[in-house]
Design a protein around this ligand. Structure first.
Ligand code: ATP
Ligand code: ZN
Length: 571
């Protein structure tokens, strides 16, 4: 048994996430956690909302709410959707928590003691009309690169270039609209990442061979370009305050840490939030401190977050000079696109997780997204592909098999699993096939190859169909009732096996399949290949029920309605 720490990139607080966010971070982390738990490992899966920064302040302003209130509500709204998706976090925290404030301040003090933080005077946009500095998105204006006139102080949405507020032409305040802006000098804390370049390089060199190519290539690119010193404070109300014991002057001016500094630290902060709920039994430090040899840490994210996790956060952890756990494996994803275009929160393009659950239960989405995860390349969501996959894999291959076997057996042999004779040659062949596919499935899960794992699972389901077609119990029963009973008992054992091994992808359906059998102590979590081969976990005489249809078949009208509601090709 190993101890596995798992985190997925923190969803930003300003709105409900889309299916791209789901498949690029939280869902695969959940699938992997569920798999490891089933295999008997000690797993801690931590996530949280990322709550600081200007977008949160601006979103709160738009809704006329104090930012703390806005974040509290938005956190609960996101959590409700994740519950709907059956994401089994051990804890879903908040980066604005007291715990994260404490740990972030501790990190900053240590970095300062070790010579990695410096106060520097910089020139920033100040608005006399608003009585404040205007960082990031608080300034809007014309992009100096492409001329787009609604560029924001942190980035131009049109040409995607990263900007500084002072770069903008004809700048105006995003709060008051005032154009009477000045550039004033003010002091901020800088993290001297350039001093950590060599250490980070050495650390990455020790790990990159284990990482997927997508993660190591992005880390390499950033290191080659060189680590720059970065401002880690902002003039905002909402954020982790700069500690007054170390920087009295900056604290008095109300400076807070910039969101990219405190967000990854929240992985630790949320673990402490989790432990503080039951301090007698939970030890947050055992997961994070001096845990290099006892914990395996896997992070999930899409490619835009890779630099933060492979280079910048490790630089922070290294600079603290304390034995904080660093990531072992970075599972990075490409983009899920919507008909080849960008899923966009700001433009409301694509399918959002709350809408998805409105339409169909979580298992439909979980299976589809994992089977089509953007692993080796971007992958495109289309309603055509979604409905075809649901119909073929979930409704026909799995759902129909379960229903057909159980209803037929009930009709001909009553409400208990029939006995039949000894397994024969067909059952032996099936057993070998199942053992082989199960081993393949396990191998792909261990390797975090989600598409391939889903393909192996689908092949396991298909093997049941092939067996049923071959034995054709509906014909067999006319000449050999014992033989038909054996076939059905074997098929019912397949259903039970499917319930156990499909759980990481489709937990609710798995529960329904398992619940079909009244087994007194059914705690089977995973079966070894040998045990799977025997297909004997459900003995003859076990009472069973026929569950309601597991997956509804989607019709052409459904497809047309989805495309009508969400827009298809033209987006
Ligand atoms: N289309 C996508 N496909 C896969 N992963 C994505 C996609 N869009 C965002 N992600 C990932 O989702 C996670 C949570 O993202 P976050 O809440 O910060 O939103 P974001 O990156 O601002 O995306 P968006 O602006 O599209 O909402 C991150 O790991 C991010 O990389
Ligand atoms: Zn531009």
């Amino acid at each position: 048994m190993a101890r596995h720490l798992i985190t997925s990139a923190l969803p930003y607080i300003n709105g409900i996430k889309h299916l791209g966010n789901m498949v690029g971070s939280m869902l695969p982390a959940d699938v992997y956690s569920r798999y490891l738990r089933q295999r008997g490992h000690d797993v801690l899966y931590i996530c949280a909302t990322d709550e600081h920064g200007t977008p949160a302040e601006l979103a709160a302003k738009e809704q006329g709410l104090p930012v703390a209130e806005f974040c509290a509500r938005a956190h609960d709204a996101q959590k409700a959707v994740y519950d709907g998706f059956a994401l089994a976090f051990d804890y879903f925290g908040r980066s604005s928590s007291r715990q994260n404030v404490e740990i972030t301040q501790h990190f900053a003090r240590k970095l300062n003691e070790n010579g990695f933080i410096e106060e520097r005077a910089i020139r920033q946009v100040y608005s006399p009309a608003d009585g404040r500095f205007l960082p990031d998105r608080y300034v809007e204006g014309t992009c100096p690169h492409c001329g787009y006139d609604k560029a924001r102080g942190d980035q131009c949405e049109n040409c995607t270039r990263v900007l500084d507020p002072t770069d903008l032409i004809n700048p105006r305040s995003a709060i008051s609209g005032s154009t009477e802006l000045e550039v004033r000098e003010t002091k901020h804390l800088f993290l001297l990442q350039s001093k950590l370049q060599h250490e980070v390089e050495a650390w990455v060199a020790r790990h990159e061979d284990d990482w997927p190519q997508l993660a190591s290539s992005i880390a390499r690119k950033w290191l080659t370009e060189g680590l720059h010193d970065r401002a880690i404070t902002r003039d905002l109300d909402w954020g982790v305050p700069v500690p007054a014991d170390t920087w009295p002057e900056l604290a008095a001016e109300g400076k807070v840490f910039y969101v990219w500094f405190d967000a990854p630290i929240e992985y630790i902060g949320a673990t402490k939030e989790w432990a503080d709920q039951d301090p007698e039994n939970r030890d947050w430090k055992a997961w994070w401190y001096e845990a290099d040899d006892t914990v395996r840490y896997t992070e999930f994210m899409a490619k835009d977050n890779v630099p933060f996790h492979t280079v910048m956060f490790p630089a922070t952890e290294l600079g603290v000079r304390e034995p904080w756990k660093k990531v072992d494996y970075v599972k990075a994803f490409n983009w899920l696109t919507y008909y080849g275009g960008k899923f966009s929160t700001s433009q409301k393009r694509g399918v959002f997780t709350d809408q998805a659950l409105d339409i169909l239960p979580a298992d439909y989405w979980r299976y589809f997204l994992i089977a089509n995860a953007p692993e080796s390349d971007d992958s495109s969501f289309t309603w055509e592909h979604f409905t075809a996959t649901v119909n073929k894999d979930l409704a026909d291959t799995l759902g129909n098999f379960v229903n057909r076997v159980l209803s037929f057996s009930k009709k001909r042999f009553g409400e208990e699993v029939p006995a039949g004779g000894e397994p024969g040659e067909a059952e032996a062949r099936l057993g070998e096939e199942i053992a082989r596919l199960l081993a393949e499935y396990e191998e792909q899960m261990e390797a975090l190859q989600f598409r391939k794992a889903a393909a192996a699972l689908r092949a396991l389901w298909s093997a049941g169909n092939s067996y049923l077609e071959e034995k054709a119990p509906w014909l067999e029963i006319k000449t050999d009732k014992e033989g038909a009973a054996l076939t059905l008992r074997t098929a019912m054992n397949l259903i039970h096996l499917y319930a156990v091994v499909s759980e990481p992808l489709i937990p609710a359906t798995s529960a329904a399949m398992r619940g079909a059998f009244a087994l007194p102590d059914d705690t089977a979590s995973w079966v070894g290949a040998e045990e799977a081969k025997a297909l004997a976990a459900v003995p003859a005489g076990t009472p069973f029920t026929v569950p309601p249809v597991l997956f509804a078949k989607l019709t052409d009208e459904d497809l047309a309605a989805y495309k009508e509601r969400f827009g298809g090709e033209e987006g």
